[in-house]
Design a binder for this molecule. Structure first.
Ligand code: BDR
Ligand code: CA
Length: 335
């Protein structure tokens, strides 16, 4: 029995509104789709981005932090927006690297962005997130777009932050579909299953955006081409990033469209109706010889027919509206 305290109720699933922007911290490992997600979030008046933090994943911590700074410059983010470094490697056993460079040259698909002069704050990502959460108790949404190492460290060092956070929205896992790294393993969770397990056990309300949803929200040439032709440098950059993802997808399965995983997680904060959600308890497998990193969802958790004693702390996206995501990208970044 691991859920002793009564679970917190899941916060309402409401669309973000520009009149009351949702305070968010973006924890990321840019990464092509992370870059699209950052640009989308920073272009959205419905979100108040309070800080950006990094975690090793798609590339080393140095590379993803430098990439985040470059993307923030492109986004026109205010110079004093805190950018903080997080975990440089997983909590537990060594990270399983991808066999091929999915994110291409420099982990930004070859996108040529000038080096940034933007400072990285001295405080660690953990301290920056804990402070941001304490400043807005019950309001801050932590959007986790990479391995969950920094988030797990945060909850270990500052357990009170689990209460301060409104929600953790995370891109990760393959709930009822195939993984993209192993048959059951998705990259972010598989990179650090021990961290992911701790986050799922923390009791913090979770909104999980797994491959089940992101692979349904494919973005095709109807979106990429107008973005490439945009007058706005951000739109053209997103067009190039999408082109990189599409070319990889074409090589893999002949499809001329791309899953923009992390951008869907940000889109799900802006407009949760873009995804179809199921509620339940979630855990991540940490010891399975074949299944380490697998996301396990128990939709019976917390009901009268519960098969586990897990608290019902998660919403999991099982489908997504591809045209809705495309419209959002065009609307916010295509001008
Ligand atoms: C996730 O893995 C990373 O490569 C992407 O940035 C995304 O966060 C998709 O499995
Ligand atoms: Ca990512």
């Amino acid at each position: 029995m691991d859920d002793v305290d009564a679970p917190r109720a899941l916060p309402p699933l409401a669309a973000a509104r520009a009149e009351h922007p949702v305070p968010v911290v973006l924890d990321c490992d840019p990464g092509v789709d992370d870059a699209v997600a950052l640009l989308l979030a920073l272009a959205a008046p419905e979100l108040d981005v309070r800080a950006v933090t990094t975690v090793a994943g798609n590339a080393s911590l140095d590379v993803v932090t430098a990439n985040a700074a470059r993307v923030l410059d492109l986004a026109g983010a205010r110079p004093d927006l805190p950018l903080a470094r997080g975990a440089a490697g997983p909590l537990g056993r060594a990270r399983r690297e991808r066999d091929e460079p999915v994110h291409g040259v420099g982990a930004l698909g070859g996108l040529d962005l000038p080096p940034s002069q933007r400072p990285v704050v001295e405080a660690s990502a953990v301290e920056v997130i804990a402070r941001a959460a304490a400043q807005r108790p019950g309001e801050l949404v932590l959007v986790a777009l990479g391995p969950l190492t920094t988030v797990a460290a945060l909850l270990a060092l500052h357990p009170e932050t689990a209460d301060d956070l409104r929600e953790v929205v995370l891109m990760g896992g393959a709930a009822f579909c195939e993984g993209n790294l192993t048959p059951t393993g998705e990259f972010n969770l598989r990179c650090d299953p021990d961290a992911a397990r701790r986050v799922t056990e923390s009791g913090v309300p979770l909104r999980v955006v797994p491959l089940d949803a992101t692979q349904r929200a494919l973005v095709g040439p109807g979106t990429t081409e107008p973005l490439l032709a945009s007058d706005d440098a951000r739109g053209r950059a997103v067009g190039l990033l999408l082109q990189h993802l599409s070319s990889r997808q074409r090589d893999a399965d002949g499809l001329e469209a791309a899953a923009v995983h992390d951008a869907l997680a940000v889109a799900a904060v802006l407009d949760p109706s873009l995804c179809t959600w199921v509620e339940g308890g979630v855990r991540v497998e940490t010891s399975g010889e074949l299944t380490r990193g697998e996301l396990v969802v128990d939709t019976s958790a917390g009901t009268g027919r519960a098969r586990t004693d897990w608290a019902r702390t998660a919403r999991v996206a099982v489908d997504a509206d591809a045209s809705g995501l495309s419209r959002l990208l065009l609307d916010r970044l295509g001008a």
